[in-house]
Design a protein around this ligand. Structure first.
Ligand code: GTP
Ligand code: MG
Length: 197
């Protein structure tokens, strides 16, 4: 398993503008500042995506074309880095307009194989998360759940968060990760390459 190259392709909100019709896509989605862009950079071991300590760094769906080798075969995948939704006290109206844009991109895009839902180890699911989870379930969009920034929590805190989410999302779909330490990188990459097969 090896990343061969990673390059920025474009930013868009229009699934029709995506192009690259034979390449499967994996979407990185979650709250502002949770570490979506950092996760992509750590996965590909290259700083392709812009990150910032200020929420709102990613403003469009930014597409990255990744070449990789998995089980001896060379393949392509698109990673899409989504703008984050509500940092702390976002209004429900703002959230709903974000949700519409995201829904349109996801529903209109038949190349999406999986959503990677990224979640801060120090947070709990709230109403906005639950609205989106219900929507994903209703629309049968496959998603995996990644608990990130685990370098900011103790091993016990991470383990108990993981156990909590395993109950909700199932054992095989919950991962832990740190963009800072690289913990969980191999497991997540291998999962992603397996689900896009
Ligand atoms: P938006 O594009 O604004 O939605 O944010 P994002 O989800 O893409 O987050 P981004 O990757 O820009 O990271 C936000 C901040 O969190 C930056 O200061 C990162 O350095 C930091 N960060 C991201 N991942 C980790 C992690 O695993 N551990 C630690 N300690 N910091 C992280
Ligand atoms: Mg970002």
């Amino acid at each position: 398993m090896k990343i061969l190259s990673a390059e920025y392709v474009k930013g868009t909100f229009e699934p029709e503008n995506r192009g690259m019709s034979n390449i499967p896509e994996v979407c990185f989605i979650g709250r502002s500042n949770v570490g979506k862009s950092s996760m992509i950079n750590t996965l590909v071991m290259q700083k392709v995506a812009r990150t910032s300590s200020t929420p709102g760094a990613t403003r469009m769906v930014n597409l990255y074309k990744i070449s990789y080798e998995f089980k001896g075969i060379k393949k392509w995948v698109l990673f899409s880095d989504f703008p984050g939704f509500g940092y702390s006290k976002v209004s429900k109206g703002t959230y709903m307009s974000w949700k519409k844009i995201i829904e349109r991109y996801i529903i209109g895009n038949k190349f999406i194989r999986r959503l990677i839902w990224i979640f801060d180890v120090r947070r709990d699911l709230d109403e906005l998360d639950n609205i989106l989870i219900e929507w994903l379930k209703d629309n049968r969009i496959p998603f995996s759940f990644v608990i990130t920034k685990i370098d900011k929590a103790t091993r016990n805190e991470t383990a108990s968060k993981k156990a909590q989410f395993n109950k909700v999302f199932g054992l095989e779909n919950v991962f832990v990760f740190s963009a800072k330490s690289g913990d969980g990188r191999k497991e997540l990459l291998s999962h992603i390459f397996t689900v896009v097969e």
